[in-house]
Design a protein around this ligand. Structure first.
Ligand code: ZN
Length: 243
């Protein structure tokens, strides 16, 4: 099987379409989304509709959860909160229902999906210490995570030694026996690894490799839509710099 894996779309349908066009040309059998389909960007309904239509296997991110109720607003900074409030006002009922039905995690034979960390769903994996805690909480040889918007891989040897490699400009992770992997495919709609290109991954099970790739999209068009929607300016500006 070849899996197209992406995360943190954040209502950026322009970036999502660029990623899906690449994945359509890459012969993937199954599409997977690691959560945060909405929040920050101008097209929450369009993003949900595409994921629903294409039968993407998706899990719930913290922004998806926050779009359903104001219970967790204290977790968000002012701009994120303003964007979530806007998302709640604009989300169609069928897309609210779609988000509400998303599971917190999904397991496949050789890998698992969780938005933040296997330790706790919405914990961040930001360094090797976080990754060590995460590896302790799962048996799976490969776990795909999102949440930090940084494309990277942590891998752990059988003796516990844990390594880290950034993939901000793409790259290939060869899956070796004797190691376990936590792989973040980066963010489609709001990258934060100083590369503004949309990020995604392809996991080729037979080849035993995960390729992280980046693709351009029309950032200016998204920024204009955000301005028209009166979403916070800082959220639009950060798309140009990818942080
Ligand atoms: Zn996110």
């Amino acid at each position: 099987m070849r899996y197209g894996i992406f995360s943190d779309v954040h209502s950026n349908v322009t970036a999502l379409q660029s990623v899906l066009a690449e994945l359509d040309g890459a012969n993937v059998d199954r599409l997977i989304c690691l959560g945060d389909i909405v929040g920050y960007g101008p097209n929450p309904n369009e993003c949900c509709a595409i994921l629903r239509q294409r039968g993407v296997a998706a899990i719930m991110g913290n922004h998806d959860e926050a779009a359903l109720s104001n219970e967790h607003d204290e977790w968000f900074n002012d701009n994120a909160q303003a964007a979530i409030a806007w998302t709640r006002r604009n989300l169609a009922a069928e897309n609210r229902a779609f988000l509400a039905a998303l599971p917190a995690e999904l397991a496949f034979d050789s890998f698992a999906l969780v938005h933040g960390s296997p330790a706790r769903h919405f914990d961040y994996i930001l360094d090797v210490g976080d990754a060590v805690r995460a590896f302790r909480a799962t048996q799976k040889p490969i776990t795909f995570v999102g949440h930090s918007h940084v494309a990277e891989v942590y891998f752990q040897a059988a003796d516990g030694r844990t390594f880290h490699e950034r993939l901000a400009h793409g790259g290939s992770v060869v899956i070796e026996s004797g190691f376990r992997y936590i792989i973040n495919p980066g963010s489609v709609g709001q990258p934060r690894d100083r590369n503004p290109q949309a990020s995604y991954a392809i996991y080729d099970e037979a080849r035993g490799a995960v390729d992280v790739r980046r693709v351009n999209y029309d950032i200016g068009a998204v920024q204009r839509l955000m301005e028209e929607a009166k979403l916070p300016g800082a959220l639009a500006t950060r798309l140009s710099v990818g942080k």
